[in-house]
Design a protein around this ligand. Sequence first.
Ligand code: B3K
Ligand code: ZN
Length: 902
Amino acid sequence: MLLQRDAQGQPIAIRREDYAAPAFWIDTVDLTFDLDPAKTRVLNRMQLRRNPDAPAQPLRLDGDELNLARVLVNGQGASFRMEGDQLVLDGLPSAEEGAFELEIFTTCCPIKNTKLMGLFVSEDTFFTQCEAEGFRRITYFLDRPDVMAMYTVTLRANKAAYPVLLSNGNLVEQGELPEGRHFAKWVDPFRKPCYLFALVAGKLVAREQRITARNGKEHLLQVYVRAGDLDKTEHAMNSLVNSVLWDEARFGLPLDLDRFMIVATSDFNMGAMENKGLNIFNTKYVLANQATATDADYSNIESVVGHEYFHNWSGDRVTCRDWFQLSLKEGLTVFRDQEFSQDLCADASARAVKRIEDVRVLRTAQFPEDAGPMAHPVRPDSYIEISNFYTVTIYEKGAEVVRMMQTLVGRKGFEKGITLYFERHDGQAVTCDDFAQAIADANPDSELSRLLPQFKRWYSQAGTPRLAAHGVYDAQNRSYTLSIVQSCPPTPGQATKEPFVIPVNIGLLDASGRELPMQLEGEERITHGTRTLVLSRAGEQITFVGLDAEPVPSILRGFSAPVILDFEYTDAQLLTLLANDPDPFNRWEAGQRLGLRAALQGIAALATDITPVLNDAYIDAMRSVLRNPKLDAAFKELVLTLPSETYIAEQLDVVDPQRVHLVRDAMRAQLASALFSDWQQVYEENHDTGAYTPDPTSSGRRALAGMALNFLCLAARSSGDTVWPGKTLQRFKDAGNMTDRFNALNALVSSGHTLAAQALARFHAIFKDEALVIDKWFSLQAGAPDRGGDILPLVKQLMKHPDFSIKNPNRARSVIFSYCSANPGAFHRPDAAGYVFWSERVIELDAINPQVAARLARALDRWSKLAEPYRSAAREAIARVAAKPDLSKDTHEVVTRALAGN
Ligand code: B3K
Ligand code: ZN
């Protein structure tokens, strides 16, 4: 689609404030497809009527890369005109004249569709992707989520080439046609917006399972894959069964369809898509067996299968009025999938591990977004290309906003709120305001209800709020006063911010680490354990009484709000929290604060001396964690993982990526050598996890054993020891599952050991026919630590490998993104060659697949924080991309926003 520009030549931004209801409603859609890769014919018969509440206007239908053959109104040839990509019809029947039929016949070319939006072909199979604005690439339509219609779909195709024909809803008819063709007719019993339309046609096989719901109704669940992949569908099916049961048990939301289908494709722009009754998935989030998938893959599959299934209510039954409300469905559904995964955990420790992992994503990806040129509120005010707004802010921060609502109304209150939301809005296209109102209305006595208009600033104000907290102990009054000042930095288009409503979960410990009872000044009651303080003013003081000594405050337990907490903890206080906090999140957080503090000191001191970065107290604390028999392996692995380079960089005003990398490397080397004997013991105790199951306990042990191997190989690098690298190679060869095998391979590759080459070659030879494993093989190499600038030449080499294809998004991500977005030490080169490579790839990808290109374009979002010479070189690279004529809207928006950032 060509970039639409205004009179000044600027691309047109769509604004939330300009929302107007559509001039027409579409009640029914009857689509007939004659599927052919080179020329698919689409006959679209719709029943429309004017919206009596909208001013009379012509009908403007969206289209993109379609060949229009015929337009009939009530069976008669109609006059129409094209305005840009829109098909415009005047003189249609008035509101009083009522409904009319519009018939549109178009063709499109799925085989040439490299954007993977609309109808495309992947490995000889037809797939669709319509969210957000892909349906207009299939037929002319009112391509907006508030236009909801009933769909009947007939698919016709060659039977030998496309034996399986699927669409949304129920299969009502199928049969043979002349010349080796056949057809299938599907009727979706629910009204839906066109972004939820889907079809699939090809040679596929299905794992099937029948389940009976609580109300006794039977449902058929199907997972469709290519013939050789059926042995990798058990986990996805189990995840789907668990999702169906969980949504009914936790929120009373049943499966509303006779048949629910998941289909996997290896060419997909994102993770998966929640089309009604016909979810389409990236193979990465479906296929798993112990030989090919890691524990992380298993866990991601569970989350994504859950996420798409939960959309069946939060997204499909109740959808978004417009795309500015995207977080209405995405934030809520991420929250729901996070809760699902936590509820499947057997114990509190595993739940905490999941929470820590989720917060880590938020802080390493969303906080930088909130501080960068693409910062936007959870409900944005404008966009040029909506595809650019499927962001960590909409998804992960949106989920935190929903989580805060749950914290403010309680778990039971939140369930009541969800029930009211679906009762009130079933079948509608609504807004974030409608959601918050329903949760508040179901809980009229809650703090959420009392503070609702102010709470909703989380939807309208971008940026990460900061809490500056300071504690003073008054020995005479035996009291402790915590002063908390909240602020939020300016973001593009928002210079000043009003105070947020911030639920702060807090506990107090004594110096020996015992939890103290809490009494607030002026209150009679004494509470035990965690208590929620609700902040709503710019500055607040909270006084705790009845304290014999200065307590150690454990603030923001469970990460109760998506904020940055500044509190001048002493090292001793952090060590107390790390050793004793009953809240596992803050226990982990104390370790992260200590690690971060050491890293920042190391970076500041780099000009003089960087070793040792870590002090003895920190090393001893880490040793105690490793040796603590009461802590789970998964939790230990999280504590021993240092803050990432990206997270460390975010704490600095000016970032020298090489310094950050060097210091973090030095810290890792120190952990490796200082804890050498502990790592050996950890490995011996955890490496045998018996018959493979991906449960949290055994996957935690595999993760910790993998970490131990990594440190042992790292230590061997400086000591010259050959025993552990040798053992690691053996482990790589003997491993009974992909997690152990890949961890061993990773240990050899990331320590740069000479044995890595033969292990990599062997890995490729074993898995050459497993695309998802070959992605791992590419990604591991492109993301490996840089030694003397060797990674960029390797990446260029990998792009010439016969298995590489830039057109396949998973493969492009495994090489190009692993280097540009996930390997800062190798990407930020003083000679700027990383940036030049990035700009070339963005431009190359933009011509093929703008969504993938625009994602890659974001790798340099934080360029203005970089130290010289990186800063100028990065700016130049972005400017080079921005200057390219005919750039897609997607990439154009990202790079121009980046340049406007400074
Ligand atoms: N709703 C889809 C994402 C669509 C992205 C379009 N560019 C998957 C999901 O969030 O569940
Ligand atoms: Zn989603």
